[in-house]
Design a protein around this ligand. Structure first.
Ligand code: PLP
Length: 298
């Protein structure tokens, strides 16, 4: 039962002038076009999890996320489509709901807010005993969809990464999508992960166990975090507006803007050869732009 189909997904070439012709070619895989809410990689990470719940007669999805979490928004919407109940455990208290939490609520998700400390403990515990939050009708998905079915589902994205690409680039949060793609792409392609988190290279240790400990064909970059996760400045906003003006492709403020910024920097630093072809994966997340819509020209 595939509720979304991939026929909307396209690959677009970026303007070679934007990267001053310093690489063979850079394209964007528009996973953001899958669906406005269940966007990009979130659909792939959820798909097998939700199908598992349905196949096992489980009626309620319980999952975790922050106040701006694309994963919570996607889970709320997907659960609604499949006729399942959804509970979102939220990291922190939001007396006034964020646009993301508003959307979750209007899609029927029950929100349970917790202090950051309680949340972290609960999320940790749910990984050990997934029924801790529910009854036997519930299915618990960890924060970010970071489980085996999430990684396997994300691996399906690799079928877009054809042999003509030497490099595949994407933004990294939990590393779930990165690990899934890494294990399904061609071994002579190189996977570049852009972590929008200060000190984000700690994720090397989280990802390595899922890639057989091998990191020959993948690398993480954490230089372009703009102050840390969820932080940005006017330079990033200008970058997003310029990128849209040139390519008519909207980027999100948390993940894909920082990835494209980083890719352009690497290209300008001479990281690539003239025959390298880069596929940049637009993992979606545009719902998160609601909180900065006044600053964007799109
Ligand atoms: C969640 C998200 C990511 C990170 O995905 P992980 O699988 O957690 O690494 C990247 N980009 C966007 C737009 C996202 O919403």
């Amino acid at each position: 039962m595939a509720i979304l189909d991939e026929s909307n997904v396209i690959i677009e070439a970026l303007s070679p002038e934007w990267y001053k012709h310093q690489a063979g070619r850079a394209d964007v895989l528009r996973l953001d076009l899958l669906h406005p809410i269940i966007s990009g990689n979130k659909w792939y990470k959820l798909k097998l999890n939700i199908e598992f719940a349905v196949a096992n007669g489980l009626k309620r999805i319980v999952t975790f996320g922050g106040g701006h979490s694309n994963h919570l928004a996607a889970t709320a919407y997907t659960a609604k489509l499949y006729g399942l109940k959804a509970v979102g455990i939220v990291r922190g208290h939001y007396p006034q709901l964020t646009p993301t939490l508003e959307a979750c609520k209007s899609d029927g998700m029950e929100l349970m807010m917790m202090s950051k400390g309680d949340y972290d403990a609960a999320e940790e515990k749910s990984r050990e005993d997934e029924f801790v939050f529910g009854d036997c009708d519930s299915y618990v998905i960890p924060e970010g969809g970071a489980n085996e079915l999430g990684r396997t589902g994300a691996g399906m994205i690799a079928h877009f990464c054809s042999t003509r690409y030497t490099h595949i680039a994407l933004s990294v949060g939990s590393g779930t999508t990165f690990a899934g793609i890494r294990n399904n792409m061609l071994k002579n392609q190189k996977l570049l992960g852009f972590v929008p988190i200060k000190g984000g290279k700690y994720l090397n240790n989280h990802i390595a166990p899922y890639t057989g400990g091998n990191n020959e064909n993948w690398e993480l970059f954490d230089d372009w975090h703009f102050g840390g996760f969820g932080k940005w400045d006017s330079e990033l906003i200008n970058f997003m507006n310029d990128f849209y003006k040139i390519h008519s492709i909207p980027l999100d403020i948390i993940y894909t803007s920082k990835m494209m910024y980083g890719i352009r920097k690497l290209i300008m630093q001479g990281h690539f050869n003239s025959y390298d072809r880069i596929l940049c994966i637009h993992t979606g997340g545009l719902q998160g732009n609601a909180s900065i819509k006044n600053e964007l020209t799109y």
